[in-house]
Design a binder for this molecule. Structure first.
Ligand code: DOR
Length: 426
């Protein structure tokens, strides 16, 4: 029989309210919530929030193919340290996640690492080439229910329409990376006065908004469920708000970096700030935050995008876009998101669990008989990133030298602590 774990002295935040109580876990399940509980392993949660483990809808784990940047094991460890108990693995691997063999491989590597549930997403198109649909039915049969070509948007409207029709029949969700490629050729930063001054090619907001608009209309005629990845502009939020008002089955996410960093940072010509979609303006940040508060945006997802130092050291036009996110998401959101703690938990755990359709095991209340996927965090602790101590294999974090607020103390995955006192357990 596995060891009994007790979480002592924390404040539980559940969907229906808060309470101060200890939590006892046995065999992967919460067995008691009450006062003065005892166990084989006792985790101090004083000053901490105890809530369901976080779920990331958007993690690039790079395996197979780019293990130099990250592996499923190192990415899972980074996730556990960030309070995550489930990660949706993005499909832009090499080979891409467009066959059952690769999906099974990713899932198995996730199980082998045993630190979080790794949920493989599937490609919408074969090889993410945007030309032919991936074998969506076969992938759905193999348990995939989240499809995306992330890194690219599906450019061909007729193909996207067909994908949505299949998705509706299969009962799966399509997640779009909204970028009209013709409008972003060679672009490295948001189109703004600053980019003109710097002489850098601009990335117009309309490149995102046109695809958001197109896909909302395609959802309207197909009835399929659609999720918008990493929205970054004020107008995108407006479009999604109106679509939701019309009752369309649409959800959307934003990243911690689009809530906290602005386009002017590119004036340093430091490629750590190059990301897709690009960092935007303060007005956009304000609109994204309003979207979070009024329910237009359902989730905060990291877009954790590790890249080897060698690649990020290339000139701004050549360096790949992307930043690390898993280990800093909570600290960034609490420091910069202007959100109540309960909203943060909803956006990092409950809502993404529902969108990924894993809310039978994640995003659950802390209550008797519920699965023990739990995050325990200190909401006040100030800290800053130490690149030497990141669990990720890459170091492209834009938060070095910035003070974050809120840190994970312990994470429990399937009843076993994966992180104790901020230290990964394996
Ligand atoms: O910045 C990004 N990096 N955005 C994406 O959509 C893809 C990601 C990556 O894979 O590096």
């Amino acid at each position: 029989m596995s060891k009994t774990v007790v979480i002592k002295g924390g404040k539980i935040i559940n969907h229906d309210g808060e309470l101060r109580a200890d939590v006892r876990i046995e065999n992967e399940i919460v067995v008691e919530v009450g006062a003065n509980l005892k166990g084989d392993v006792e985790l101090d949660a004083s000053g901490c929030i105890v809530t369901s483990g976080f779920v990331d809808l958007h993690a690039h784990l790079r395996e197979p193919g780019k293990e130099e940047a990250e592996t499923i094991e190192t990415g899972s460890r980074a996730g556990a340290l960030g309070g995550y108990t489930a990660l949706v693995a993005m499909p832009n691997t090499d080979p891409p996640q467009d066959s059952v063999a690769v999906i099974d491989f990713v899932r198995e590597q996730g199980k082998r690492a045993g630190l979080v549930d790794v949920i493989p997403s599937g490609c919408i198109t074969l090889g993410r080439q945007g030309e032919t649909l991936a074998p969506m039915a076969e992938l759905a049969q193999a348990g995939v229910n989240f499809f995306t070509d992330d890194g690219f948007g599906v450019q061909d409207a007729s193909l996207m329409r067909r994908a949505l029709e299949y998705a509706r029949g299969l009962g799966v969700t399509l997640a779009q990376h909204c970028e009209v490629a013709e409008l972003t050729k060679g672009a490295v930063m948001s189109e703004c006065q600053c980019c003109t001054d710097l002489g850098l090619p601009g990335w117009p907001a309309i490149a995102e908004e046109l695809m958001v608009f197109r896909d909302i209309e395609l959802v309207r005629i197909t009835g399929a469920t659609m999720h918008f990845l990493h929205l970054s502009t004020a107008r995108s939020v407006d479009l999604v708000r109106a679509a939701k008002r019309d009752g369309l089955p649409i959800t959307a996410e934003v990243t911690p970096h689009h809530l906290s960093l602005t386009q002017e940072l590119l004036a340093s010509y430091d490629s750590v700030y190059k990301v897709n979609p690009p960092l935007r303006s303060n007005d956009d940040i304000r609109a994204l935050k309003i979207g979070l508060l009024d329910g237009t945006i359902d989730a905060i997802a990291t877009d954790h995008a590790p890249h080897p130092r060698r690649d990020k050291e290339m000139s701004l036009d050549m360096a790949p876009p992307g930043m690390l996110g898993l280990e800093t998401a909570l600290g960034v959101v609490l420091a910069f998101g202007d959100l109540e703690i309960k909203d943060v938990v909803a956006l990092l755990s409950w809502n993404p669990a529902r969108i990924a359709k894993i809310d039978n095991a994640h995003g659950r209340p802390i209550a008797v008989s519920e699965p023990a996927n739990i995050c325990i965090f200190d909401p006040e602790l100030s800290w800053s990133v130490d690149l030497q101590r990141l669990a990720s294999k890459s170091i492209n974090s834009p938060y070095v030298g910035r003070t974050l607020r809120g840190k994970v103390r312990h994470t429990i995955f399937r009843g076993t602590p994966t992180v104790i006192d901020g230290q990964a357990q394996k």
